[in-house]
Design a protein around this ligand. Structure first.
Ligand code: NDP
Ligand code: DXP
Ligand code: MN
Length: 401
């Protein structure tokens, strides 16, 4: 499979118009921070959130988009009232979020969490937009479909996820045979050194306390189970066209080296930086140029030591599950993703234990019969069934606690 191409290089004459999907989240706020510091470079076309009405209204008053959309229609009246007289168009419901992506912006930041980000991201791709992809779940559950649409529609997909952005920066695509493998780094999360019996009783507050990155709750729990790295393995496969056997995972607790590319001559190229998402976001926003980002500059002498270790497959089974799902293909990655979303939400709600997250995903993969994904509707049906199956498993696990 060919790696996704980077397509556009025209110089910038006017401010680029940006749509930020998931504006109220961690990725969205970092994106808006960069945009607001560079008013000559960027204008906001559209912002979206799900339920955070007050936060979305406050952002809208600050950056003056033409259009704001709320995923959950229950908040429509409140948002409409909050923006009364502003001249900003307000809409709500999942179709409104898709409309935000369809509006004529130059760049769409895909920063919604979970498979809910798939329809708007696909809509942006289908109008040939440049998409900054943070929403990895979209590629996990619909990788083949999405990359085919990127090629068919002449869209540009720029990886924002820090590891994939790092690889994008150091991967020489001009000579594919010169590359040996990709190496994704993983922090190991907050429980990297914990014993399995200690991990059994961890609380949501402990699980979301990532050692290096400040992120939303779902991805923080994914980092703690290391499912995040499993999702990123699948994401890297689709973005760069590498077989899973040529993508390694390396635990690097400092999160300074964001990923590496090993070449056949023994050279290994890496991208480094302080752990701040405004660096990869700035890279995507300014691509193919670079822009200044207000991040702490890397001082290796101060850091003193960078360390590395192999991931532990016993305490972190999610990695094995994701690799197996990618090898199996078809519906398996979509089932993995859906079951993980349900299990993480159940863990955060205090219904199941931390180790039950991977247990739920493993059982869902066993129960959901594998199938080919024949189109978007088939994918949505697989996603729904996997969620229902995972809910049953969660109820079973919760009942035993
Ligand atoms: N945070 C990070 O540093 C990184 C994140 N990523 C990926 O980026 C994505 C976003 O992560 P992050 O910013 O941490 O997540 P957050 O939870 O901080 O933010 C999620 C955003 O998505 C919105 N949202 C949630 N559900 C829906 C829905 N059903 N419909 C429409 N909008 C919705 C939220 O709105 P509301 O506020 O109303 O709930 C919010 O704006 C994830 O896929 C994550 O894996 C990748 C690399 C790094
Ligand atoms: C910032 C980012 O890209 C996250 O995906 C981060 O990598 C999570 O850290 P882990 O390496 O612990 O999964
Ligand atoms: Mn990442």
């Amino acid at each position: 499979m060919p790696a996704l191409k980077t397509l556009r290089t025209e110089p910038q004459a006017e401010p680029r118009r940006i749509a930020v999907l998931g504006a109220t989240g961690s990725i969205g706020c970092s994106t808006l921070d960069l945009i607001e510091r560079n008013p000559a470079l960027f204008q906001v076309e559209a912002l979206t959130a799900n339920r955070s009405v007050a936060a979305l209204a406050e952002q809208a008053r600050r950056v003056r988009p033409r259009f704001v959309a709320l995923g959950d229609a229950a908040g429509y009246r409140e948002l409409k009232a909050a923006l009364e007289g502003s001249g900003i168009e307000v809409a709500a419901g999942p179709e409104a979020v898709v409309e935000a992506a369809e509006r004529p912006s130059d760049f769409v930041m895909s920063g919604i969490v979970g498979a809910a980000g798939l329809p708007p991201t696909l809509a942006a791709v289908r109008r040939g937009a440049t998409v900054g992809l943070a929403n990895k779940e979209t590629l996990v559950c619909a990788g083949e479909l999405m990359t085919a649409e990127v090629s068919r529609c002449g869209a540009t997909m720029l990886p924002v996820d820090s590891e994939h952005n790092a690889i994008f920066q150091v991967l020489d695509t001009s000579e594919p045979a010169s590359v040996d493998k990709l190496i994704l780094t993983a922090s190991g999360g907050p429980f990297r050194t914990w014993r399995l019996d200690e991990m059994r009783a961890v609380t949501p507050a402990q699980a979301v306390a990532h050692p290096n990155w400040s992120m939303g709750a779902k991805i923080s729990v994914d980092s703690a189970t290391m499912m995040n790295k499993g999702l990123e393995l699948i994401e890297a496969h689709h973005l760069f066209g590498f077989d899973e056997s040529r993508i390694d995972i390396l635990v690097h607790p400092q999160s300074v080296i964001h990923s590496l590319v090993a070449y056949v001559d023994g050279s290994v190229l890496a991208q480094l930086g302080c752990p701040d998402m405004r660096t990869p976001i700035a890279y995507a926003l300014a691509w193919p140029k670079r822009m200044s980002a207000p991040v702490e500059k890397l001082d290796l002498a101060k850091i003193v030591m960078l360390s590395f270790e192999a991931p532990d497959p016993v305490r972190f089974p999610a990695l094995r599950l994701a690799r197996a799902a990618l090898r199996q293909g078809g519906s398996a990655p979509a089932v993995l993703n859906a079951a993980n979303e349900i299990a993480v939400a159940a863990f955060l709600a205090g219904r199941i234990g931390f180790l039950d997250i991977a247990e739920t995903v493993e059982r869902a993969l066993e129960r959901c019969a594998p199938s080919a994904i024949e189109g978007l509707q088939a994918l949505f049906a697989i996603d729904r069934e996997a969620r229902a199956c995972a809910e049953e498993i969660v109820a079973d696990l919760a009942g035993r606690a």
